[in-house]
Design a protein around this ligand. Structure first.
Ligand code: G3P
Length: 214
């Protein structure tokens, strides 16, 4: 499972990309707003930090306008993937962009049937949102079950669309993404930092360092 950074904050991307384990970046309008810069500026900076798929989300709502907006972003760099919301207009836009060989990431996916629509239209990626589904249903495995359903469906029907586990809030979501066989997990900065931590690692390191001094 590849690791993407789910952030548009440049200092965070700078730091995590220096670790050498980040294969891509996903942004959305909320993350762009939080970053304090425009989407275009964020794209210009991120492409120099990470050499992999970088998702930029369209703001337009009808298929034709989404396609025009998508063309602008995809002209900016070869690694740009166009994030398209799961709506009927979005499905139409994915179909048109697929014909133009522009890569797409269908976002705000909460059911297997939405993933089927996206994959049938030719989406390069689908992004099921684990955390938001768990929040809505007040469970800790609805996101996992959704990922598994989509994974099984793509395998049964031989879809090439890749699954990006999104809306990851904690380490359990990362583990569930692995267990469900997601192709990619897009992970916020805070959780990326938690992934290297364990209390016994810290304790063990302390003991080894003390021993090394002797
Ligand atoms: O990439 C978008 C997605 O990960 C959003 O996460 O935490 O806003 O539900 P969140």
């Amino acid at each position: 499972m590849k690791i993407f950074a789910d952030t548009a904050i440049i200092s965070e991307i700078e730091e995590v990309s220096s670790w050498g384990i980040i294969s891509g970046v996903t942004t959305n309008p909320s993350l762009i707003a939080k970053s304090g810069i425009s989407l275009e500026d964020a794209i210009r900076k991120i492409v120099n930090l990470v050499d992999g798929p970088i998702s930029a989300e369209v703001a337009e709502a009808d298929a034709e306008s989404m396609v025009e907006e998508a063309k602008l972003y995809s002209r900016m760099h070869k690694n740009i993937v166009i994030k398209i919301p799961m709506t009927i207009e979005g499905v139409k836009a994915v179909k048109l962009l697929t014909a133009l060989k522009i890569k797409t990431n269908v976002t705000l996916v909460f059911t297997a049937s939405q993933a089927l629509m996206a994959a049938t239209a030719g989406a390069t990626y689908v992004s099921p949102f684990m955390g938001r589904l768990d929040d809505l249903l007040q469970t800790n495995d609805a996101g996992y079950i959704l990922l598994k359903e989509i994974k099984d469906m793509f395998k049964t029907y031989n879809f090439k669309t890749q699954i990006i586990a999104a809306s990851i809030r904690n380490l359990e979501h990362v583990n569930q993404s692995l267990k469900a066989g997601a192709d990619i997990a897009t992970i916020p900065y805070k959780v990326l930092k938690e992934m290297v931590k364990h209390e016994l690692t810290d304790k063990g390191l302390e003991i080894f360092r003390e021993a090394a001094k002797k």
